[in-house]
Design a protein around this ligand. Structure first.
Ligand code: HEM
Ligand SMILES: *[C@@H]1O[C@H](CO)[C@@H](O)[C@H](O)[C@H]1NC(C)=O
Ligand SMILES: *[C@@H]1O[C@H](CO)[C@@H](O)[C@H](O)[C@H]1NC(C)=O
Ligand SMILES: *[C@@H]1O[C@H](CO)[C@@H](O)[C@H](O)[C@H]1NC(C)=O
Length: 593
């Protein structure tokens, strides 16, 4: 569990789309806020259907029976909302009576906060239960949208208002209730952005990139500041959708305590959730947070709140004086406040931290160490080792054939060492993503398939080289041909594999820098290759011309060869330098992630 770098699987901070999928129009998400079915016509005015309840008073946790009835209808959509703010998100959750006729939907931050039809079959009557949440507004109104036929529908048919005891009755003028309202809505707007002063001395901070300023447009920031029995938390980052952090006992998803700030129509809502295995987060109806405020300026989302260190009344919520891995994720949210799975790998701390312990100022990585090692080893093998090894075999045979290393020709030894290095690095690096994933990766596109092909060709090359026929054997020609074509195919595929690997979520190098740099490397390599190829061709021609003259044969031949040798060695030196610059650029990029 604690193997460092064994980061968690897909951290599915998922969309709540699941329950919406079988909605025939597929548009329920939009309907969450507006309650308008996207059926391309305008709603009817005088409603024919009515909503009734069995009781008009409730306390948190009470069930109220809600009925919708009227002439035959095909579709419906029911929500409960704060009666004083009918444009605010749905409150409370529903429970079904008949699963064939109705289904639960999640609107905004509250699970099961709406009910809709399951099919177009005609019905006259629907019954569901509404469960009052702990943080319910004083007065709640039921609203329903009813679709009679595709183009004939009513939107937000007003239903009965139910209220908590001791609340002025609905006939009381509204201003009488405003005082009660303002205490239940303590969300406030932050007037200025957070700052990092006090990080590491007064508060525990996580910043990505390290030491960035939360006011800047590319800084992810999370801080915990202990104040007696509570902790004040600030979270900030460039996100149009949501920001979230979670406390976890391990580096994998599951059993985690999560805090989300979601931008819904330019308002930020703060919720808490329990991450249960690889399934959508279970939102708590009560978040038990205080002093909530937020700010949304120039695409930077900021929110802050206070939480007490111990929350004994809320099981599933972690005590803040333990040690945890901390995740920081961002992603998109839709209009209705639904959150989608983060696009990038979330930031994750490399070990457990006690946020109420000694204040620290740390960074984190968006990529697991195993995958970083995979990228590094593959780059070393397929950018540097293989390229130099092939150039040496192709152009330095005549140059280095008279110098020997360990009893073999120099060019052959260098080629063999570099190629064995490639095989070794590739084989080690190949298993790392499998260890990380614990199996075959579903979200890596073609990269793993190409990668496996490259691996197979590499092994094939190794076996073939091991069993190569002797120099003058008749099958030697065949070997040469196979060796060349399998090797070239492997290299071309390896380049494609690297192109694809660099943009995978688990190790996403900066775009479009990575693509251009890789194109630069290919151009550099091909350019040098062509230069050496042309040079060899000219050299052969020169030697032929000299041979025709038949005069100073011996001497000129060696001087031409010597000249060619010097040129090749200079080009090789320049090539190796350039190659290493490219390699270091990539390794530095991986180090930054
Ligand atoms: C020719 C060189 C490469 C080969 C043969 C190769 C091979 C593979 C294979 C077979 C897998 C799949 C493992 C699985 O399904 O669990 C994989 C995964 C991966 N590779 Fe490579 N790879 C190469 C280069 C690279 C490079 C250069 C990078 C990045 C800079 C990279 C990034 C990744 C990532 C991020 C994954 C994990 C995807 C995931 O599970 O989320 N690879 N690689
Ligand atoms: C209303 O219906 C709910 C759910 O069936 C029930 O628990 C509650 O007791 C009912 N209230 C009254 C007053 O009948
Ligand atoms: C940083 O933020 C704190 C708390 O909001 C504030 O008291 C302090 O003055 C700020 N410091 C700077 C340099 O803005
Ligand atoms: C975390 O720090 C607090 C305050 O120093 C301490 O009381 C608590 O025992 C620590 N928890 C762990 C798990 O070390």
């Amino acid at each position: 569990m604690e193997l460092p770098g064994l980061a968690f699987a897909v951290w599915m901070f998922i969309c709540f789309y699941a329950s919406v999928n079988n909605y025939p129009s597929g548009k329920v998400r939009e309907a969450c806020t507006s309650m308008i079915p996207c059926h391309g016509s305008s709603p009817q005015l005088l409603p024919e259907h009515t909503i009734t309840v069995n009781w008009t008073e409730f306390k948190p946790g009470d069930n109220i029976e809600v009925h919708l009835s009227g002439p035959d209808f095909e579709g419906f959509f029911i929500q409960a909302r704060d009666a004083e703010h009918l444009d605010s998100p749905a409150v409370g959750s529903f429970m079904l009576v008949d699963r064939r006729l109705s289904q639960l939907l999640t609107c905004g931050r509250t699970k099961n906060s709406a009910v809709s039809h399951t099919s177009k079959t005609k019905k006259k009557y629907i019954k569901v239960y509404w469960i009052a949440p702990g943080n319910a507004p004083k007065r709640v109104q039921f609203l329903a949208t009813v679709v009679k036929k595709y183009k004939i529908f009513w939107v937000k048919i007003p239903g009965p208002i139910v209220s908590q005891p001791n609340v002025p009755s609905p006939t009381t003028p509204l201003h009488a209730t405003t005082e009660a309202m303002s205490t239940s809505h303590q969300i406030s707007y932050l007037s200025k952005p957070f700052n990092a002063s006090g990080c590491g001395s007064m508060k525990f901070c996580i910043r990505n990139p390290s030491n960035c300023d939360p006011e800047s447009a590319s800084c992810f920031f999370l801080s915990f500041q202990q104040e007696k029995r509570s902790v004040f938390i600030e979270m900030s980052g460039p996100s149009e959708g949501y920001l979230a952090f979670a406390l976890s006992h391990d580096q994998w998803m599951g059993g985690d305590d999560a805090y989300l700030c979601v931008n819904e129509d330019h308002h930020v809502y703060i919720s808490t959730a329990y991450l249960k295995g690889r399934s959508p987060p279970v939102l708590y109806s009560e978040n038990a947070l205080e002093d909530v405020s937020w700010r949304l300026v120039d695409g930077v989302l900021q929110c802050s709140f206070r939480r007490s260190i111990h929350l004994p009344a809320y099981k599933g919520r972690f005590n803040l004086d333990g040690s945890y891995y901390i995740f920081l994720a961002d992603g998109e949210a839709s209009e209705g406040g639904l959150i989608y799975k983060h696009r990038r790998q979330p930031l994750i701390t490399n070990r457990m931290y006690n946020v109420t312990g000694l204040p620290q100022d740390i960074g984190g990585s968006r990529s697991p160490r195993l995958i970083k090692a995979h990228g590094v080893l593959m780059f070393v093998a397929w950018i540097t080792a293989v390229s130099i090894g092939v150039i040496v075999a192709r152009f330095f045979k005549p140059v280095w054939s008279h110098s020997f290393l360990f009893g073999k020709e120099m060019w052959f030894q260098v080629h063999r060492i570099l190629m064995l290095t490639t095989v070794m690095l590739t084989s080690i690096s190949f298993v790392l993503p499998f260890i990380y994933r614990g199996g075959w990766s579903q979200q890596a596109g073609f990269h793993p398939y190409l990668g496996c092909t490259v691996m197979s060709l590499t092994i094939f090359q190794l076996l073939m080289a091991g069993f190569r026929p002797s120099r003058h054997a008749p099958r030697r020609q065949l070997f040469n041909w196979f060796h060349w074509s399998a090797g070239t195919t492997a290299r071309i595929l390896a380049v494609v594999t690297m192109f694809l690997g660099m943009d995978l979520p688990a190790l996403d190098l900066p775009d479009p820098w990575d693509t251009y740099t890789m194109i630069g490397f290919v151009a550099w390599h091909v350019g040098i290759d062509v230069l050496l190829e042309i040079h060899s061709y000219c050299l052969v021609r020169k030697v032929e011309v000299i041979e025709d003259d038949r005069i100073q044969i011996l001497q000129s031949l060696t001087s031409a060869e010597a000249e060619g040798r010097l040129f090749k060695q200079i080009v090789l030196t320049i090539y190796v330098c350039g190659n290493i610059v490219f390699l270091f650029a990539f390794l530095a990029a991986i180090n930054q992630i």
